[in-house]
Write a protein that binds this ligand. Structure first.
Ligand code: NAP
Length: 455
């Protein structure tokens, strides 16, 4: 490393954070990166969001491992910005900071009954079955006849599919044991996926939709009448390959006859939830039929006066994630993102952002590579223009001193490697990729085992 590398903090260790770190470490000027992560584990939604039955998607973590091995990279897990370090600390301790901490919460429906027992956000369910240590005390009662999933995005498909997987399908995955047990013992007969607009407006990717028809334990049901598109939706298909392919898959689903599997996955389009009903817990969902109306060039769902009430014991709200701001960092409340121009944080010097907290919760994992590269390109533009320079008192040791002074129990990369090895070893015996450690204590103890070994 050069004597005077630029020192950059990347906050968040999901795809956007790692791709930003990779681009910084490959830059034509010497740069050192400290990645700061709230959890003891890296990889963000690749570890804790991507469905466990999608190991291929999770394999992108190998690229992150390669980035972590580059000279100049350090990982500080279990360090929370807002608790251990403030925005003010970061801009003082580093020459620049890139926020890439994603979208931590979910959008609300804003309907009566939304908080009844049995009404969950998809983010809670996903974090639970993936072993997020903050969500392990949740108790999902899957002993109901019908579960309803609201939303027509890929997360809704993940939730519906995970609910429908058989024990044999779950066994080779890294789904947590309590989730495997609960899903295995589930009595759900129907999983209803409800979209407020039509099949041509759904935001699923075709591969993910197709998979819904390939499950061992679930039949798929689509009403062919709902696939008869009005003129505007039909015309829009011409320019939208994904939607066109989705329609082909749905037509194939609609032509299928039930084969007697114990679960039916059913799609219901053009309906919005208006209320959840029940005495202390969800017993039914009231939906209204929508029609589509062109408003400023976009087909939006407009409610009619046709209401229907469907019995159900569980509701998963999967209507999108939402970013949460940080004190002293300007935030766009409407979009749920840091206020930024292509990744440069508005009104701030030496502060940038990437990924979902920059552009909102859209796109697939790979989208973050381009997004993070764009942010890093702007940062480098500032370096080359002399607007961003290394300051002499910005050192690696200064960061360590501040963390020690604040009693932060940072998990370094070797600590994560120790967690990783522990989990993989437990998984190997069972023919699974890993058995995840699920509590803060277990994670921190496994991380500290390496410190004990090397002490
Ligand atoms: P999304 O794709 O934005 O889908 C959100 C869905 O919720 C849309 O169907 C939206 O309908 C609906 N919705 C929003 N507000 C609603 C309301 N008030 N009432 C009823 N429905 C409402 O978001 P996501 O599914 O959370 O996924 C987030 C991102 O992660 C996406 O880019 C997704 O592709 C990606 N992802 C990818 C994978 C994969 O590649 N396997 C897996 C999971 C997630 P409208 O269209 O009408 O707004």
């Amino acid at each position: 490393m050069s004597d005077n590398p630029l020192r950059v903090a990347v906050v968040g260790s999901g795809p956007a954070g790692f791709y930003a770190a990779g681009a910084l470490l490959d830059a034509d000027v010497p740069i050192e990166v400290d990645m700061i992560e709230r959890l003891p584990t890296p990889w963000g939604l690749v570890r804790l969001g991507v469905a466990p039955d999608h190991p291929k998607l999770k394999s992108v973590s190998r690229a992150f491992e390669r980035i972590a091995l580059k000279p100049g990279f350090r990982f500080f897990g279990n360090v929370e910005v807002g608790r251990d370090l403030s925005h003010g600390d970061l801009v003082e301790l580093y020459d620049a900071v890139i926020y890439a901490f994603g979208a931590q919460t979910d959008k609300r429906l804003g309907i009566p009954g939304e908080d009844l027992q049995g009404s969950w956000s998809a983010t809670e369910f996903v974090a639970w079955y993936n072993g997020h240590p903050d969500y392990q005390n949740l108790h999902f009662d899957l002993n109901v006849d019908r579960a309803v999933v609201i939303g027509n995005g890929n997360v809704a498909l993940d939730v519906a599919r995970m609910l429908a997987l058989t024990p044999e399908e779950l066994a080779p995955t890294d789904t947590t044991d309590p989730a495997i047990e609960a899903i295995g013992a589930s009595t759900i007969k129907e999983i209803l996926i409800v979209g407020r607009r039509g099949p041509a407006q759904a935001s699923w990717t075709t591969q993910e939709l197709k998979e819904m028809g390939e499950l061992a334990g679930a039949d798929i049901a689509v009403d062919p009448a709902e696939l008869e598109l009005e003129a505007e939706s039909e015309a829009a298909l011409e320019h939208d390959t994904n939607a066109r392919r989705n329609m082909e898959v749905l037509r194939d689903f609609a032509a299928r006859a039930p084969t007697g599997k114990s679960v039916t996955l059913r799609f219901l389009f053009f309906h919005s939830p208006v209320a959840l009903h029940g005495d202390g817990k969800v017993e039914a969902i009231e939906v209204v039929r929508n029609r589509l109306e062109n408003q400023d060039g976009r087909l939006v769902a407009v409610p009619t006066d046709e209401h229907e009430t469907l019995e159900c014991g569980l509701v998963f709200r999967s209507v999108g994630y939402r970013g949460v701001g940080l004190p002293d960092v300007p935030f766009d409340e409407r979009r749920g993102t840091i206020l930024n121009e292509n990744g440069r944080i508005v009104g701030q010097e030496r502060a940038y952002c990437a990924g979902w907290i920059k552009r909102g919760p859209t796109g697939i994992i790979g989208t973050n590579k381009k997004d993070a590269s764009e942010t890093v390109a702007l940062l480098l533009e500032d370096v080359h223009a002399g607007r961003l320079t290394h300051r002499k008192d910005v050192t690696a040791a200064a960061v360590e001193a501040v963390l020690a002074e604040r009693d932060a129990r940072a998990v370094l990369y070797a600590g994560w490697t120790s967690i990783d090895e522990t989990e993989r070893a437990a998984g190997e015996k069972l023919g699974r990729p890993r058995v995840k450690l699920r509590s803060w204590n277990d994670l921190l103890e496994a991380a500290e085992r390496v410190a004990a070994r090397t002490a």
